[in-house]
Design a protein around this ligand. Sequence first.
Ligand SMILES: Cc1cc2nc3c(=O)[nH]c(=O)nc-3n(C[C@H](O)[C@H](O)[C@H](O)COP(=O)(O)OP(=O)(O)OC[C@H]3O[C@@H](n4cnc5c(N)ncnc54)[C@H](O)[C@@H]3O)c2cc1C
Length: 338
Amino acid sequence: MLNAGVIYILGAGIAGLTLAEALREKKAQYKIFEKEGQVGVYASGKNAGMLRTYDTDTVLKAFTLKSLEYYRSKEPSYVECGMILKPWEIDYEEKAVAERAFSHNRFKGLFLPHNGILEPKDVLARLVTTVGSIEYNSPTQLIVGDKKNIAAIKVVDKEIQLEKEDVVVVAAGEGAVALSHETNSVLELVAYRRTLYEFENTTKQNGPIEWDEEASVYFRPSGKGKTLTATAGEQIPVEALSQIDEVDDEKAFRIFEREFPFLNRENLINKRTCRRLTPLDNRPFVGKDAALGNLYWFTGLGGRGMSVSPGIAPLLANLLLGSKESGLLTPFAPGRVI
Ligand SMILES: Cc1cc2nc3c(=O)[nH]c(=O)nc-3n(C[C@H](O)[C@H](O)[C@H](O)COP(=O)(O)OP(=O)(O)OC[C@H]3O[C@@H](n4cnc5c(N)ncnc54)[C@H](O)[C@@H]3O)c2cc1C
């Protein structure tokens, strides 16, 4: 292990926590600062918990398959249930798999047996106990020194000067946008609003994930089958730094009623909206900043953060510790030209 300094991780979502877990396994020193008073306030606590191993991007697919191994061996809430997918275009390599009817029988989709679901809050809770202490209520800012390095981090009112060997990893989800402004790092992140809806499971459905990609809706049983968790939202960019208060539920409900009549608005229990941040080429930013030597990014996970983070985190840990076994991260380099 070459790096003997402290690794400061900003953000305790799935990215920051899986990284911390990987660093812990390698006995590296790290500290986690989390802006909120608890984990899961943003995307990592508000997602559908779907592990999507199908992907046209073979690089991302390889990381999801790694994550699948991880969840199978470590995550008690992971359930292998398969997914029925009605894709936009049938150009996935899985096109040879069997067809299966959606629960409303109006159409058929491809049944992918090797997919599954997890309970995002359970994943976070397990990781919180694994990684040790987290400094909550600690929104952190970056202070650039000589233009080649981060000189210090400012946690609320307290400044922590960085030692020569120390590094900072921004795993701050949508907070990465504000932090990239502080460092003048050129990260092209587009924010999309996505909403999670929880319905009472009046159908008692307990089958696979059903995903109508055309309507941009997917749902799965959750909460021991008591609820159906659905997500909907158009891929229309929103301001990355604005408040999200307006949700166009009417449009989502019209789609639900058309595609999945049992996702009935009278049965709605809860809804939670947040942003997903995606680089223009749909691949996350993972690795060293293009200009600053002691700054690293683990962000832009888009709609796949739960699916790819556990696969990516050990390689990022290797990179931070100076090991060469991190070459697979090259396609995610923050300085890549998109
Ligand atoms: C509705 C919805 C459904 C989704 N469904 C799926 C799915 O089925 N499968 C899948 O794989 N992915 C899904 N995703 C995507 C997935 O949730 C995200 O990609 C992932 O959670 C992003 O994780 P993160 O750790 O990067 O960000 P976050 O979860 O946002 O965590 C970042 C943390 O950093 C903290 N932070 C921010 N700024 C600072 C700062 N300055 N200092 C310190 N801390 C800071 C925040 O408080 C937050 O806790 C979905 C997303 C949404 C919104």
